[in-house]
Write a protein that binds this ligand. Structure first.
Ligand code: ADP
Ligand code: ZN
Length: 638
């Protein structure tokens, strides 16, 4: 069997990188030399509980969601597969046990960029961590190996290719291994979306150390994939822990596309933080990036697989390090980006599937602060997607159709978007979430059966070869030369749509296209398809949702996201600028020093002592020691 491959060029290029970068490319432009100071021991102190370590080292008041359950299993030596959505805090579930268990936790991770990101965060908390990759110098690798063998290392990050080599197994045999943590564990399964054959070599390695517990982690795995991961990694079925898919801090909004550059520029103006805009083609990426930069004056960069690799790496590094950059990108961008403070993700066109949509929007708001996901869609998106169906092999056709139908249901629903998404992933959510566009601004649902019959009938009677413009002209009885020369003013459908219904024609045709009742011909005309007949003969009613007025422009009165930050508050801004300086000095992104939420709490509580500062969430002992005085001084002098 071959690995699952995405269909289009950019996804393919991203896949190729994903497959290679594990061992052979650095893929991360940030200075690594600053990381080489091996951190001090912040390991277990006598009598310390998991909670104590959570408070002291990580500075968090409580475990979140299923973290406690997972940590308890690991500490009890039981193997586990934890399925937790992005931002749920997977890394803590092995980092914390790594501090409490004697020996080293070996973390298998698929991308060097991911490993170095994790390394930075772990070391910032004082955890003794090292990576073993081709991007590290000989000396760095030797230091890591030495630290491990002498029992001085909590975490060792390694790619699956290296982990499966003989000399690595020897290293483990001569060291004390506390835990195997397998990140992005869906890579082990052919059912998952990123199958990495090297992940299959982990099983024999782990089997050679039968007493070492295993912890597999993934954000995306359906039931099928979960079962496969358990089997492939030798974890018993009762070791499965699944957290919900919900990302409550992400506000979903889906709007008809109506001048994407303006709609997106409005979004950028409302959301000053970092964001990603996905566009379908490389050309659109370049164009949109230029337009958005010009319209908003914000730092905007393009990213797609056609760019020079050095430019791409530089753009990615700049995005990760910046607090306000916008990346306009194809789906080639995103894998291996662990930036927690992405405030919005926008889709300039419909994504490939609900899974893709969930994964791409999931890159927003990992830090738990409010974030927005905005999708713009148009009838062309469905036309193109349905055209592509003709190239699909027959066996895959029903699946591909179902995929499109789910997307149509998502963009057209008058119900809660989140509820629809979660039901798609097999959950049973409340009917309304209060944090998506349809919950906040319920659209009108109208019975459009009669109008739909008129439109379909006009498409049929004009020979199924004209587009919306002509069909609308006929239906509204327009005095138009093209209509007259074709004799279409003689048809029974001529002039049967009145002025009050005319504005509904465009959204209606969009809805008919989304549901496949109208399909595109080769020459851009509209032909009947799907259940058009049933609608025409009055067998099927046709309801349509009308987006609330003004929604299509994207310009809401309500400030969209990022509202959590008191932007413009002088103390908050001063703390942010201090964070920027410290981050630049250390050669790390600002979020590695402190998250926005931590700065917000500082600005509100204005702590006056180390002890007060240490009680703020996100400030562990190591960060208190490293940055406490600087932030206390900034607060005092303000
Ligand atoms: P994932 O890998 O699941 O996407 P991460 O491990 O990157 O998530 O964690 C996401 C963010 O949540 C991190 O910035 C982390 O500091 C924060 N976090 C993790 N656990 C907790 C907790 N118990 N309380 C507060 N914040 C947490
Ligand atoms: Zn909702």
């Amino acid at each position: 069997m071959s690995p699952m491959l995405p269909e289009d060029d950019d996804a393919l290029a991203a896949y190729a990188e994903w497959a290679e970068m594990g061992e052979d490319a650095a893929g991360n432009g940030l200075a690594l030399s600053t990381l080489s100071n091996v951190s001090s021991d912040c390991g277990l102190r006598p009598g310390e509980s998991a909670e104590d370590v959570l408070h002291r080292v990580f500075g968090f008041p409580d475990f979140r969601g299923v973290q406690r359950q997972v940590v308890d299993r690991v500490l009890a030596g039981e193997s586990t597969l934890a399925v937790m959505p992005t931002g749920a805090g997977k890394s803590l579930t092995y980092q914390l046990p790594a501090l409490m268990l004697p020996g080293t936790c070996v973390v298998v991770s698929p991308l060097i960029a991911l490993m170095h990101d994790q390394l930075r965060s772990a070391r910032a908390n004082g955890i003794r961590a090292a990576t073993l990759t081709s991007a590290d110098s000989e000396d760095e690798r030797a230091a890591g190996i030495e630290a491990m063998r002498s029992g001085q290392l909590d975490l060792l990050y390694v790619a699956p290719e290296r982990a499966s080599q003989g000399h690595f197994r020897e290293l483990l045999a001569r060291s004390n291994v506390a835990l195997f943590a397998i990140d992005e564990a869906h890579c082990v399964s052919e059912w998952g979306h990123d199958f990495r054959p090297d992940y299959r070599l982990l099983r024999p390695l782990m089997d050679a150390f039968p007493d070492v517990p295993r912890l597999a982690l993934t954000a995306t795995a359906d039931a099928h994939t979960r079962a496969d991961i358990l089997a492939q990694l030798g974890i018993s079925d009762d070791g499965l822990i699944v957290a919900g898919f919900d990302r409550p801090n992400i506000r979903y909004a889906i709007r008809p596309r109506d001048g994407a550059p303006q709609q997106l520029a409005a979004l950028l103006k409302e959301n000053p933080g970092a964001g990603i805009v996905y566009a379908p083609t490389r050309r659109q990426v370049e164009e949109l990036a230029a337009k958005l930069a010009a319209a908003t004056g914000r730092p905007v960069r393009p990213y797609h697989a056609g760019l020079d690799p050095a430019v791409r790496a530089a753009n990615q590094a700049a995005f990760v390090a910046a607090e306000d950059m916008v990346m306009v990108a194809t789906v080639a961008f995103g894998m291996g980006i662990d930036k927690p403070d992405v405030r919005f993700v926008a889709h300039a066109a419909m994504p490939k599937s609900i899974e893709g949509y969930y994964q791409e929007t999931g890159r927003a708001g990992r830090d738990g602060d409010p974030a927005v996901a905005v999708m713009l869609w148009g009838a062309e998106d469905f036309l193109k997607a349905r055209q592509r169906l003709s190239e699909v092999e027959p066996a895959r056709l029903p699946g591909e159709r179902a995929r499109l139908d789910s997307l149509a249901a998502l963009v057209e629903t008058a119900g809660c978007r989140r509820a629809l998404l979660l039901r798609h992933f097999g959950e049973d959510p409340p009917a309304s979430c209060g944090n998506c566009d349809t919950c906040l601004d319920p659209p009108k649902v109208v019975d459009a059966t009669e109008l739909a019959r008129k439109v379909l009938s006009a498409a049929y009677r004009t020979g199924q070869s004209f587009g919306l413009g002509h069909i609308a002209n006929v239906l509204t009885g327009k005095d138009d030369e093209r209509v007259r020369t074709r004799g279409h003013d003689q048809l029974s459908v001529f002039g049967i749509v009145g002025a009050e219904e005319a504005p509904l024609l465009r959204p209606l045709v969009r809805a008919l296209q989304a549901r496949g009742a109208l399909v595109a011909t080769e020459h851009g005309g509209l032909a009947l398809g799907g259940n058009a007949r049933a609608i025409l003969i009055g067998e099927e009613p046709f309801g349509m949702t009308l987006p609330p007025a003004g929604a299509s422009r994207g310009g809401r009165k309500r400030r969209d996201a990022a509202a959590a930050n008191p932007v413009g508050d002088p103390l908050f801004e001063a703390l942010r600028s201090l964070r920027r300086e410290l981050a630049a000095e250390a050669g790390v992104p600002p979020y590695v020093i402190f998250h926005d939420a931590t700065l917000r709490e500082m600005a509100t509580l204005k702590p006056a002592s180390q002890a007060e500062l240490g009680r703020i969430a996100g400030i562990g002992a190591r960060k208190l020691e490293a940055y406490g005085d600087a932030f206390l001084a900034a607060i005092r002098n303000h």
